[in-house]
Ligand binder design. Structure first.
Ligand SMILES: *Cc1c(COP(=O)(O)O)cnc(C)c1O
Length: 372
């Protein structure tokens, strides 16, 4: 059984097993770093840490030569919007894969920022098909936005298919890998992606507050040439300050220090592939263990990050509530129309095989009580 890391008492229960998709449980090294007072950051020492954060992220994303990486103090959505504002412009013709709430978010951002945009609709939990892409061939599209893992349904899109289409059409590819980074295979150079986004509270398993964007040379050129349209989320400013390992405004200093500790640990624990393997093992173990429980998969293409499930007798909301109130375990609800039909179990963060078993035991106990 896990113990609370400190004797600190709060009225909000934070000492629970957390199987959501973010924020997730951090390891002790990260918690120790994050628990300190925020140090002053306009120093050469902090700049050095930031430069190292940049180079390790680029390495782990397999970014092409001369790429850069920026750290924005915002949740992942801020980085998505920053890409729509700073990399795209009003001459672009944009394709957006919309198969869930995160795809929908890109759609709404494009509308809000007056980008000419066409949706490629995917049904909940369905993989994207070649025919869906081909109908947009040769029509002058210039940019493609996709949530690599549409976390709302736990669907991992066929990135090789999308990448091949974008390469063939000469379309710039922007990848929201907020939940996919570390969980699933991601090679920015191979995908020919111009920008890849991630966030601190998903598989990086840090506190929330930092979003990361890796930018290939073509995206950097775009940012330089586009007119400035915002200040706080400006990538021009972020890049300029990043040259000296700094940020234009006060960042979430502790989360950036946590990031540094985490990236260095990944390095010493066998690198990014070993870390990805750890997530895959947890996901696989969970999926094996639920085979006798009354759930059916809610996606045909599961990511390693999360398993989305339909309880065969419905009542997802109540299952989530009972897990929280009676078993001290958080599993993840679904928003929107499927809120009572689907729940999700995350595999990212500091989860062990033993934790998986604790969750399975709770499900089995609920089954005995006729609650599933
Ligand atoms: C979590 C997530 C986001 C961003 O969520 P924030 O709450 O803004 O951090 C965006 N896209 C995907 C695919 C995600 O999983």
């Amino acid at each position: 059984m896990r113990l609370c890391p400190s004797g600190h008492k709060t009225s909000y229960k934070t000492c629970m097993l957390n199987f959501t998709v973010g924020p997730v449980m951090s390891d002790d090294v990260v918690l120790k770093v994050g628990g300190r007072s925020a140090p002053y950051f306009r120093t050469p020492e902090f700049s050095e840490i930031m430069k190292e954060n940049e180079s390790l992220i680029l390495k782990y994303m397999y970014a092409p030569k001369n790429s850069r990486c920026v750290f924005l103090t915002t949740s992942g959505t801020g980085a998505m919007e920053s890409c729509v504002m700073n990399i795209l412009n009003d001459k672009d013709k944009v394709l957006v894969v919309n198969g869930g709430s995160f795809g929908q978010r890109f759609v709404e951002m494009c509308e809000l920022h007056h980008r000419s945009m066409t949706e490629i609709k995917c049904e909940f939990g369905h993989q994207i098909k070649a025919e869906q892409l081909e109908q947009f061939s040769g029509q002058g599209y210039t940019a493609f936005l996709v949530n690599m893992d549409e976390t709302s349904s736990g669907t991992l899109y066929d990135m090789m298919l999308i990448s091949a289409f974008c390469k063939k059409e000469g379309i710039m590819l922007i990848v929201d890998a907020i939940s996919a980074f570390i969980a699933d295979e991601l090679n920015m150079e191979e995908l020919h992606a111009s920008a890849v986004i991630t966030g601190s509270q998903k598989a990086l398993a840090l506190h929330p507050g930092i979003a990361v964007i890796a930018l290939a040379p073509d995206a950097l050129k775009r940012i330089e040439e586009n007119p400035e349209v915002c200040m706080y989320l400006s990538l021009k400013l972020a890049l300029k300050n990043g040259e000296r390992g700094q940020t234009p405004f006060t960042p979430a200093v502790n989360t950036l220090l946590e990031l540094h500790a985490r990236l260095k640990n990944i390095e010493t624990d066998g690198g990014i592939e070993a870390e990805r393997k750890r997530v895959a093992v947890i996901a696989e173990d969970f999926r094996k263990k639920i085979s006798d429980l009354p759930f059916t998969p809610a996606t045909e293409s599961p990511s390693n990050c999360v398993t989305s499930l339909r309880p065969v007798h419905g009542g997802a909301k109540e299952i989530i509530r009972i897990m929280k109130d009676e078993y001290n375990i958080w599993i993840c609800p679904n928003g929107g129309a499927l809120a009572d039909e689907v729940f999700r179990v995350g595999h990212i963060g500091n989860i062990t095989l033993e934790d998986n078993q604790t969750l399975i035991n709770a499900f089995e106990d609920m089954q005995k009580r006729n609650l599933l």
